[in-house]
Design a protein around this ligand. Sequence first.
Ligand SMILES: Nc1ncnc2c1ncn2[C@@H]1O[C@H](COP(=O)(O)OP(=O)(O)OP(=O)(O)O)[C@@H](O)[C@H]1O
Length: 224
Amino acid sequence: MTHPRLAAHAVTRSFPTPAGEVTAVAGVDLEVAAGELLVVRGRSGSGKTTLLNLLAGLDRPTSGSVTLDGVDVAGMDAAQRRAMRHRVGYVLQSFGLVDVLSAAENVEVPLRLQRVAAGERTRRVAAALEAVGLGAHGHQRPAELSGGQRQRVGIARALVAEPTVLLADEPTGQLDSGTAATVMDLLHALARERSVAMVVTTHDPVLVARADRVLTLHDGRVGA
Ligand SMILES: Nc1ncnc2c1ncn2[C@@H]1O[C@H](COP(=O)(O)OP(=O)(O)OP(=O)(O)O)[C@@H](O)[C@H]1O
């Protein structure tokens, strides 16, 4: 039996607060196949980030489960979790780049953490920068790049580890609409070319049009 690359099964996440329990995600089911771009949309506070953190294995559901290639993420042992961290890439809205490093050095960070040999690091960093259209900008620091270019460095850094799943939390939130559309097109093309299962959150309707599938959250629940 083949499993979806990434799936959520009746996932619920509640947080205890002084004002009572807040249910940020309530009974969400979803499936994402290799090569597919799923957009999760919803207003501020609808539960998008909470859901993405659950899909990334950064947080555990209160009930329900998240599976990666059919394996329950919550049941993984330490070694399986380490392996998962290499398979799941995360792109942040705030780019998350290190200011004092060049674009190429930023992209290289995950490979250093994985103790990849120097020659292979150089080759893979160059290929990742090329894939996002920044082949000529590797020497520049984040402050010397435009917002769209910085976001593409963030995407290259997530891709260089060759993940099978890429999660992006409002990756275009800080970009103008034209640049946002370009970045979204790039994510879509990369999903197809590399058979990566992608989940992108946004509340920008223009970007929703670029999705293979759309899931809308209202107060943590899937709606129309
Ligand atoms: N750690 C937490 N403790 C308590 N409540 C939380 C926690 N994290 C999220 N929430 C609540 O859960 C709900 C969903 O939050 P979440 O950040 O997932 O929304 P979002 O759709 O990503 O919003 P935005 O678009 O503004 O980033 C909100 O009501 C939020 O206040």
